[in-house]
Write a protein that binds this ligand. Structure first.
Ligand code: XMP
Length: 504
């Protein structure tokens, strides 16, 4: 049972899916071109058409399989989705000439979609096309001052279209509207973290049976939660934590102390020598990532040989990685993100990916119920290749030590001044720059550390965090005082895009 979101390429499709899940209903994103058989597989109780950067007039404008209208379930069309409804039911859609973009307000609204909402309602618009004449038998259920058809519904309200975006925060009552739509479709609200955990435990037991699972633990929330899930499901597992010498200060101890008492069968592999040897003399960022990926595989191969056989390799793959969305097609590979890729085929593992239907925040909820301590559960994300991607130029033990101490000071300062959660992620980067400074009466040539803190929802886009000056001040003072090699600290004010969060 699900709410299917047909994605016509909107930047907001994932947001729609998350909103529906926040309303405790299970949602799935499928490409707008999905066949009716594919859609039926998800047992939809309601369908939402997303927006699109395209216009319904364009050659090759994406259209849903018309059989969706015969499924007998409610459909909500958002923006482009509304225009699709208007077109497919033979209303008149026209190019408005200009693009309406930004805040507007519904001055009139009625019908079940707006149940319990009164007065003028702020809404967020983004469209260049409007519905000029409604399909026969449909009525306008909302209007703005400029648009008499800001929302429309078929006579039985089974099909509803809205010209605005209820899924964005700039439509403050949007969640209520989506909730009303779920009520109109009779969608039960049973998708809760507790149900999720019970379901996940059962699924893991059914899938794994009496076979063995090998799992890489990084100290991040996804793999830690996965390790706890395997422990809770009481299946045979070996969780491997690779200490590649590129971890944050105290990370290894934290992971061990958090997971072992909760029943995780955890082995820490000391592999720093192997990683540093392989990285010696390498400065190219992609090359570094490839080497680190390869060494992870080597470590796992050794463990598998020694401790195996394992039928499964568990990975903390999340829903955003597997969404079959229109937006996902042809997305450029900006960086070769590292997980233990390549390993399954080579060693004959089958992949076990229990979180493949979950968003990050849902994994955090699951992790909480499984007992993962908050220090790990709510910690900033950390990349698999570790501090290596925060060191521009060669990765040596000495340089890792500098960036690790700088990172520790920055993070400690954020915590001390209560600003840790103002940033989605915060980090220190060791640049290859030497800069002139003074120490005592002497000119001195010191290294430059860049601090970076960003706000983000899912790392796809990010903005630099407007941290309080006293945080930056205290961090900079401590770093230059306590790390003699560092002579200068700068703060990175690049958003993503065009920058990425990490520097390499
Ligand atoms: P970028 O730098 O691409 O990073 O904006 C987005 C998010 O992903 C993390 N990151 C990685 N995580 N393996 C990981 O597990 C990687 O190779 C990797 N590279 C970047 C990064 O820390 C940020 O949270």
């Amino acid at each position: 049972m699900s709410v299917v979101i047909l994605d016509f390429g909107s930047q907001y499709s994932r947001l729609i899916a998350r909103r529906i899940r926040e309303l405790n209903a299970y949602s799935v994103i499928l490409p707008g071109s999905a066949t009716i058989e594919r859609i039926k597989k998800e047992e939809p109780q309601a369908i939402i058409f997303s927006g699109s950067p395209k216009s319904v007039f364009e050659q090759g404008a994406p259209m849903p399989d018309p059989a969706v209208y015969d499924l007998g379930i409610p459909i909500l069309g958002i923006c482009y989705g509304m225009q699709l409804l208007a077109r497919q039911f033979r209303g008149d859609v026209r190019d408005a000439g200009t693009r309406s973009y930004g805040a507007d307000a519904l001055v009139r609204h009625d019908g079940r979609l707006f149940a319990d909402l009164t007065g003028s309602l702020p809404v967020w618009m983004s469209h260049a096309t409007t519905v000029h004449r409604l399909p026969d038998g449909w009525t306008s259920v909302a209007a703005t001052n400029n648009n008499p058809h800001a929302a429309m519904a078929s006579s039985d309200e089974r099909f509803v279209g809205v010209q605005f975006h209820p899924e964005v925060v700039h439509t403050p009552n949007g969640a209520r509207m989506l909730s009303n739509f779920l009520d109109m479709a009779g969608v039960p609200r049973e998708w809760t973290a507790k149900r999720n955990v019970e379901r996940l435990i059962q699924e893991v037991r059914d899938d794994v049976g009496s076979d063995g699972v090998l799992l890489g633990v990084s100290g991040g929330v996804d793999s830690s939660a996965l390790a706890l899930l395997l422990a809770k499901a009481d299946v045979g597992h070996e969780a491997v934590f690779v200490d590649h010498g590129l971890l944050r200060a105290g990370e290894r101890e934290e992971v061990e102390t958090a997971l072992r008492p909760l029943g995780v069968n955890l082995t820490t592999v000391d592999a720093a020598d192997r990683f540093f040897d392989a990285l010696a003399g390498v400065t190219d960022p992609e090359q570094k990532r490839k080497i680190i990926g390869r060494e992870f595989v080597n470590v796992f191969r050794d463990v598998a040989k020694r401790e195996g056989p394992f039928r499964f390799l568990a990975q903390g793959t999340l829903y955003p990685d597997v969404i079959e969305s229109a937006g996902g097609e042809g997305t450029a590979n900006i960086k070769s993100h590292h997980n233990v890729g390549g390993l399954p085929a080579e060693l004959g593992f089958e992949l076990l990916e229990p979180f493949r239907t979950l968003f990050k925040d849902e994994v955090r909820d699951v992790a909480q119920l499984l007992g993962l301590p908050d220090e790990i559960r709510l910690r900033h994300p950390f990349p698999g290749p570790g501090l290596a991607v925060r060191i521009l130029g060669e990765v040596t033990r000495e340089r890792v030590d500098i960036v690790r101490r700088a990172d520790d000071i920055f993070i400690t300062t954020l915590r001390e001044l209560g600003a840790y959660h103002q940033a989605w992620q915060a980090l220190a980067v060791l640049t290859p720059i030497q800069s002139v400074g003074v120490a005592g009466d002497e000119r001195r040539y010191g290294q430059v550390i860049a601090l970076r803190a960003v706000t983000s929802v899912d790392a796809m886009t990010a903005d630099w965090a407007r941290l309080p000056y006293d945080v930056l001040d205290r961090a900079a003072q401590r770093i230059t005082r306590e790390i003699p090699e560092v002579g200068r600290v700068v703060y990175d004010i690049t958003s993503k895009p065009p920058g990425t969060i990490e520097w390499e």
